[in-house]
Write a protein that binds this ligand. Structure first.
Ligand code: AHG
Ligand code: MN
Ligand code: MN
Length: 341
């Protein structure tokens, strides 16, 4: 049995000039994840369910667990000494970090501390998503520019799913590995080495309630999934939890496609590029899958805003390519054009 800590140290040799800073940063995230997990498991017993009454920068109502998770990750990253700035879904602007321990910090972290907030109060899987970049500024606390790099510059990304068991899945650009929390010893243990997403899947995940609002190509894809064609195994199954982490985790293991498209109301979709789109794209690509906004590779989009949204199609390569083909055919002009570069 190999723990996350042992695995991280062993893998450090994949970075010949690394002095262990990234390893320590990953360890800090793992510790905060265990604290959040402890609270998630007690939800219902202690006063942690429900809303704070506040609204975040994106106009969404904030849950108590959103706030708790946000505080825990920021505290762990501030104290760890490897992170010079955090950008969080729950914070309007970046949190620059400057302290004695973080003087040599080389990394910035973008984070969705609690993903799937609408599922907190109903005991359904939720998650955390993180994305790590090397800073581009020279020294001092990190800047907005450090946090606005294209996804292809990520040095690591991962998620934690607080599900029927708690798992941490991450990549540093050398494949994807999954660890399951063993509550009896309080350690994440390697359970899913070298995760690969099947090239073809039979699950599609999308909020079909928004059907009328979808681009024509996405509507056509849904009809394609529902058509009967024994040769290709259709109809496919529809599975949608409403927590991106949980939906993506299932599709990563079983094969499938997760779609949160542009809609008439939200031409950029709902999900955020920095702490949802990019980290999940990095993981899916490292597992052998594909991640697209319907037209471009998500990780090539150059962000201009901290909380920028992006339409998302990610999962098994051949399924993502089928969605892209239908979007190209039926929606030749994107509702929004990004700067690619
Ligand atoms: P968050 O809870 O971090 O705001 O993310 C919510 C997301 C994501 O987890 C999920 O895929 C999506 O919102 C679900 O949205 P709909 O309810 O519109 O389907
Ligand atoms: Mn989220
Ligand atoms: Mn969130």
């Amino acid at each position: 049995m190999q723990t996350l800590g042992q695995f991280i140290i062993e893998r450090q040799k994949e970075f010949p000039f690394s002095k262990g800073h990234l390893s320590r940063l990953l360890r800090d995230l793992g510790i905060a994840a265990k604290i959040v997990n402890r609270e998630v498991n007690k939800a219902g017993l202690v006063n942690i369910l429900g809303e704070t009454g506040g609204v975040n920068v994106q106009g969404e109502s904030v849950k108590k667990l959103d706030v708790f998770a946000n505080e825990q990750f920021i505290a762990a990253l501030s104290a760890g000494g490897e992170c010079c700035a955090v950008a969080s879904e729950e914070e309007d602007d970046i949190i620059p970090i400057q302290s004695d321990v973080s003087r040599d910090a080389k990394y910035v972290v973008l984070i969705d501390p609690l993903d799937g907030s609408s599922n907190i109060d109903v005991n359904v899987s939720i998650g955390t998503i993180f994305s790590i970049y090397r800073r581009i500024s020279d020294s001092g606390p990190g800047s907005r520019e450090d946090c606005l790099q294209a996804g292809r510059h990520q040095v690591a990304a991962g998620y934690i799913v607080y599900g029927s068991s708690t798992m941490l899945v991450y990549t540093t650009g050398h494949g994807v590995n999954g660890f399951t929390l063993d509550p009896s010893i309080g350690e994440f243990c390697l359970s899913h080495p070298n995760l690969r997403i099947p090239e073809e899947g039979k699950i599609y995940s999308i909020n079909e309630g928004n059907y009328q609002d979808f681009p024509e190509g996405v509507k056509k894809y849904i009809k394609y999934c529902q058509a009967q064609d024994p040769a290709t195994g259709r109809p496919y199954s529809s599975r949608y939890i409403g927590s991106m982490v949980a939906d993506l985790h299932r599709n990563l293991i079983k094969g499938g496609v997760f779609i949160y498209p542009a809609t008439k109301k939200s031409p950029n979709g709902k999900l955020r590029l920095g702490y949802e789109g990019n980290p999940m794209s990095f993981i899916v690509e490292q597992a052998g899958g594909k991640a697209s906004d319907g037209y471009h590779r998500i990780m090539d989009i150059r962000p201009t805003e901290l909380h920028q949204r992006v339409p998302i199609v990610l999962g098994s390569t051949s399924m993502v390519e089928k969605v892209e083909e239908l979007i190209r055919q039926h929606d030749p002009v994107a509702s929004n054009e990004y700067f690619i570069g």
